[in-house]
Design a protein around this ligand. Sequence first.
Ligand code: ATP
Ligand code: MG
Length: 567
Amino acid sequence: MSDTNIQTSPNFIRAMIAVDLENNKNDGRIHTRFPPEPNGYLHIGHAKSICLNFGIAAENEGGLCNLRFDDTNPDKENIEYVESIKNDVRWLGFDWQDRLFYASDYFAQLYEYAVLLIRDGKAYVDNLSADEIRLHRGTLTEPGKNSRSRERSPTENLDLFQRMRAGEFREGEYVLRARIDMASPNMNMRDPTLYRIRRAHHHRTGDQWCIYPMYDYTHCLSDALEGITHSICTLEFEDHRPLYDWFLDQLPVPCHPRQIEFARLNLNYTVTSKRKLNELVTKGHVSGWDDPRLPTLIGMRRRGYTPEAIRDFCERIRVTKNDTIIDMSVLENCVREDLDRRTRRVMGVLRPLRIVIENYPEGVTEDLDAPFHPGNPEMGSRKVPFARVIYIEQEDFMELPPKKFYRLAPGREVRLRYAYFIRCERVIRNETTGEITELRCTYDPATRGGNAPDGRKVKGTLHWVSAAHALEAEVRLYDRLFTEAEPDSSQHDRDWISFLNPDSVEIIRQAFVEPGLSRATVESRFQFERLGYFCVDNRDSTDGAPVFNRTVTLRDSWARLNEDKRD
Ligand code: ATP
Ligand code: MG
């Protein structure tokens, strides 16, 4: 775990574990796991689960947490996902040490367990098709119907199962099912499928198997084989818990982990389902899994979010049993707080307005001293070049300023941060279009550093860069990915793609930043004064030519929009 101290918050899972410890359950062992399916990149929801599982292990003496790939579906899984998940867990600040496991490593053992179930008359080979099995399952109000295969003898089942494995049958011709209760009020207990025939190449076991175990069967047994004590999962598995326990009760497993469910993290204005994220990526709605607009860990990293901020967020939102939707601004506030502490302040101008300071000598450059963090002198300072021609932000000037506009206007004086007071003398326009092309200003040499010796005040302080010295850079500004707070709520789930925000990214190709930033390394983060926090893009930046992603604005502009409406 890395440096900062993130407060852990009490929750019902930590309380349950405390009771188990008090009762010396599992001889006082605490052993959790994070069990991703390698069928996509990790997202913010997974971060919640990672923080919880690795966090609980870390805060209990001798506690362990495994990283286990639940790789039972070769059709959707691959090595790229495995590697990305390992990278993301590490980046988030967690270490599985030598505790890296794959469910596929247990395929032989799982097969042996299935043989035991068959011998005991607790599993049978069925020749019903997938559709027929569905029809036989019944509904929530009607019991299911027994398949005729249910009465097949163990010897015959064993023979068929061995032949399934030997590759004698076509896909879908047979499945192995648990023999539980077709009338159970819990649909998951109505003879669920344990194995299916699938002639697919697996990223770890290759072509060794043509039958693959189902998730429910695999998951509980993998937990037990690894000695897991607390198997923490999301609420949709609550109805699967009786099945989880059933398998463990029937088989001679080394231990019986306790399944505990908690509510998934949902964030508004985005989607946190791997299937949907995959669709956004493969259909080209975003530039890749690492698109800075996505809630994937790799996307948030590229955008400039820190692991510390994400971990802090995962603690603050609490772990509960109630499904809620967390406001994106909660996450953004965690990011702001963390970046406020750690980033250097620099200046950049996104939409330049040229200013000529008429009484400043031509050909002179001054190097002005500017601290990196006004609240933290330990972060030091740098020199910023000042000269006769500078850029300020277009929106920092108004020819006819309304009330409460304290920035530059004709005849008005403002402060240039760390530099001088300047006064706007004249507005220069393009003769044909009438557009403002430049401002003519004067400066007061006595205000060097930004204060007037005569004590006169100005209301506005602007950021700026020297036109001759500034580095031209590409800057990308991001907004919400969706226009709808709940794009995939059940009420309009089919149309979720139609709620993509067409303005979720704005690319500014010719922004100007202070020259020292030509040396900024990828993934370094800054506060551009008055504009927000920015991070050097880790994909498109080249040597000496950084591309900046705006991580987050300085204030919650969404909250401010609402305030404006109220005014
Ligand atoms: P998705 O719906 O995105 O495909 P998943 O549950 O299928 O997610 P897994 O790879 O199986 O993805 O997830 C690994 C672990 O992360 C599981 O224990 C799962 O419960 C947990 N997890 C997944 N999504 C969330 C979420 N939104 N909030 C909290 N935990 C989550
Ligand atoms: Mg899952």
